[in-house]
Design a protein around this ligand. Structure first.
Ligand code: ATP
Ligand code: MG
Length: 299
């Protein structure tokens, strides 16, 4: 493993020009005339909107493997109707980033993170304790951290420009951002994809507690699934057996996702200034759980 996967500096990739780096992914466009975009997933890990040190070994490749598997399921391998996605069929990323990159269509991205929650936890649980709502949606009383919701709910967030914090919004506010037709399309697609994915996960002994999608419009105006999809960065996955048997929230939420990192950081950092470096044990455990998730889902 070279250190390039975790580093923040863009790579020198023949035929491609670096145009943008998000917290986790680096984007490249063709250096000459050409279409499409190269999305390279690094080993960087972010929590509470901070990129942490060190990276998680092979995370970029693990996320890419998982995204590609889910894009294939949602393209119809699961027996459902094909959901349009941003992959350019047959296009191969440069050898230097093989395994952790995708060649995609450059889309007109919608400024909305399309979050679906089937279970109550995280920021949803925090809001529920204050107001018995999640993103303004009223919920039954008496729920606890990790409980299943009566039905999955769509809780969009405004995708803030780089460096700013994403902000939870109501469905009505999403209508204000993209119009009623697009907002409805984003909500319906998100709920459909969540339901299909949760059923697949359940058959493998996993709970898909919540997840976040991003969509963009292609050149023909078709709403297209983009970015990463249903990865352990963008989703919460729990062990279904542990959830059924567990009595405390901690016992119930045996996570195959970034929660390991969030929990460690929350216990060791007051969210002021630079976050502390992650201990090797947390890095290794996170990488192992990401790998385990892929085995369970795709094996
Ligand atoms: P930010 O962009 O605010 O840094 P982030 O940390 O989530 O957010 P990454 O996930 O690291 O960013 O980077 C991926 C970026 O690429 C996101 O801004 C995402 O919206 C964008 N993106 C993903 N797929 C496409 C696509 N097909 N066309 C255009 N942009 C895309
Ligand atoms: Mg992202």
């Amino acid at each position: 493993m070279t250190d390039s996967a975790a580093s923040s500096s863009p790579l020198d990739l023949p035929g491609w020009r670096h145009v943008y780096s998000g917290k986790v992914r680096d984007l490249y466009e063709p250096s000459a005339d050409g279409e499409g975009m190269l999305v390279v997933a690094s080993d960087r890990v972010s929590a509470f909107d901070h990129v942490l040190e060190p990276g998680i070994t092979d995370k970029g490749a693990l996320l890419t493997t998982l995204s590609l598997w889910w894009f294939d399921q949602l393209a119809g391998a699961d027996g459902g109707r094909p959901i349009p996605n941003h992959l350019v069929p047959g296009a191969t990323p440069p050898a230097a980033v093989a395994g952790r990159a995708m060649v995609v269509k450059k889309l007109d991205m919608q400024p909305i993170e399309c979050v679906v929650r089937g279970y109550l936890t995280g920021s949803g649980w925090a809001e529920y304790q204050q107001s018995q709502t999640v993103c303004g949606i009223a919920l039954p009383e008496g729920l606890t951290d990790g409980d299943r919701l009566p039905e999955p709910i769509y809780t969009p967030a405004y995708k803030a420009p780089m460096g700013e914090h994403d902000e939870n919004i109501t469905f009505e506010q999403s209508v204000g951002l993209v119009g009623a037709e697009r907002a409805t399309e984003l909500r319906d697609l998100s709920l459909e994809i969540y339901a299909r994915a949760a059923a697949i996960a359940e058959a493998k002994g996993l709970i898909l507690a919540d997840t976040k999608f991003e969509f963009g419009l292609d050149a023909d105006g078709v709403m297209t699934l983009a970015d990463e999809v249903l990865t352990s960065d963008s989703s919460r996955y729990w062990d279904a057996e542990a959830w059924r048997a567990g009595r405390t929230p901690k016992e119930r939420m045996a996570s195959f996702d970034k929660q390991i990192v969030r929990d460690w950081l929350a216990a060791h950092w007051d969210k002021q200034g630079t976050p502390p470096a992650l201990p090797a044990e947390i890095v290794d455990r996170t990488a192992a759980r990401y790998r385990e998730l892929i085995g369970l889902l795709t094996g």
